[in-house]
Ligand binder design. Structure first.
Ligand SMILES: *Cc1c(COP(=O)(O)O)cnc(C)c1O
Length: 401
């Protein structure tokens, strides 16, 4: 089957929820991908921050291969060792409480929302409210979607869940004012990912922590995109002055296997009880051994230091390019703001042609989420490719004036 055949079948059989780029990938290794025609690509998107240890990392592949041949699924009605070991490892490296496993990011957030609501009911709040920032992204199921203001506004999907509100991005005063007696939780991304890589200021994070402490609400960090080493520490919160009560992980956690997790402080871990939540697949041995292998690689001081160093190098090199106005983010989670007049979508499409995969989360921004294992040559190659694409765009625009 060639690409045209795939597109014809897609047109006929797949729901029209995604606009795909016209490329069929067939193989990956580290930061590299190959399409069906044998063309090589440098992957600076990593399956949207999923392939953080690179494609087909040998240790992840071996763990999955070995487990797949032994036992793939038993359900949560029985014990399997990988799940329990993974819970211990995640708890010890984060907030010290309990873990609920899920199969995706949005499901990890559903668990956090349930914890927040139940915690609120226990405090006598009958109509609990969850506060987020405008342009936050928390997922596509109705709970998480209701906390994702831009998508929750889609009238075709109404009604959303009650009990969600949004305040202007990074506005600590507005957040403080919105948090009160009926607030169950503040649910936020420490760095907005899907919106285009926008970090919250430390002042706002401190304001969020204070507002929660004063009101008794829980502070929930959605670290689905920022976690697992992406910003140069295992979790983004470690580089901020605050510590959340609950946090969620997914994306890179499974190295390509679908897995999510809701992680709690010791107190918040006591809230959900038998019957409150569940999932057939969650925490299965296949996804759990993959996540254990990922953590073995990423939860490493030398690797995390390299993420900070490579991130700083990438940021400086990008800032020096003609056409780049700003570079936002931390570690290897970078949003490249282009100068006025640049069409990021056109630049992104040209980059794909040139063999560099990035993503365009909003007009004017290129989003870079390379594997954390990316080497210096690959970073230089990516910067040179972006430089050439921006120059070509500028020259082309000039010529068409
Ligand atoms: C991707 C993402 C989600 C949703 O994860 P899914 O696995 O697609 O459900 C939620 N929050 C953030 C911050 C994300 O980046």
């Amino acid at each position: 089957m060639n690409l045209t055949d795939l597109q014809a079948l897609e047109q006929r059989y797949l729901m029209r929820t995604y606009k795909r780029a016209p490329v069929e990938f067939v193989r990956g290794e580290g930061a590299l991908l190959w399409d069906a025609g044998g063309k090589e690509y440098l992957d600076f998107l990593g399956g949207i921050s999923v392939c953080s240890v690179g494609h087909c990392h040998p240790e992840v592949v071996e763990a999955v291969r070995e487990q797949a041949g032994r036992l793939m699924h038993t359900s949560n009605l029985f014990y399997t060792e990988p799940m329990v070991r993974l819970a211990e490892r995640l708890s010890a490296s984060s907030l010290g409480g309990r873990v609920f496993f899920a199969n995706s990011g949005t499901e990890a957030n559903e668990c956090a929302i349930k914890i927040a609501r139940k915690h609120a009911h226990r405090r006598g709040i009958s109509a609990p409210e969850i506060v987020s920032f405008e342009r936050d992204f928390h997922g596509r199921t109705y709970g998480s979607l209701s906390a994702t203001p831009a998508l929750a506004a889609n009238p075709d999907l109404a009604p959303m869940l009650d009990g969600f509100r949004a305040v202007p991005f990074d506005d600590g005063d507005a957040l403080h004012a919105a948090v009160g007696e009926s607030t169950a939780a503040v649910l936020i991304e420490p760095i907005q990912g899907e919106a285009g890589i926008y970090p919250l200021s430390d002042e706002t994070l401190v304001a969020a922590r204070q507002a929660c402490d004063e009101s008794g609400a829980l502070l929930i960090f959605d670290e689905i995109q920022t976690g697992i080493g992406r910003t140069g520490s295992l979790w983004a919160f470690e580089q901020t002055p605050v510590r959340p009560d609950v946090m969620t992980s997914a994306k890179a956690l499974g190295g390509g296997m679908p897995i999510g997790a809701c992680l709690t402080s010791p107190e918040a871990g006591e809230i959900l009880e038998p019957g409150d939540h569940g999932s057939t697949f969650a925490g299965g041995p296949l996804a759990s051994v993959a996540a254990l292998a990922v953590l073995e690689i990423v939860d490493d001081a030398a690797l995390l230091r390299r993420v900070r160093e490579q991130g700083a190098k990438l940021r400086d090199a990008l800032l020096a390019l003609d056409g780049v106005e700003a570079v936002r983010g931390r570690g290897l989670m970078l949003g490249v703001g282009l100068e006025d007049g640049f069409d990021a979508a056109a630049v992104g499409a040209d980059l794909l042609e040139r063999g560099l995969i990035v993503n365009v989360p909003e007009p004017g921004t290129l989003r870079l989420l390379p594997p954390l294992t990316v080497d210096s040559d690959q970073i230089e190659r990516a910067v040179a490719t972006i430089s050439a694409a921006l120059l070509s765009y500028a020259t082309h625009e000039q010529a068409s004036l």
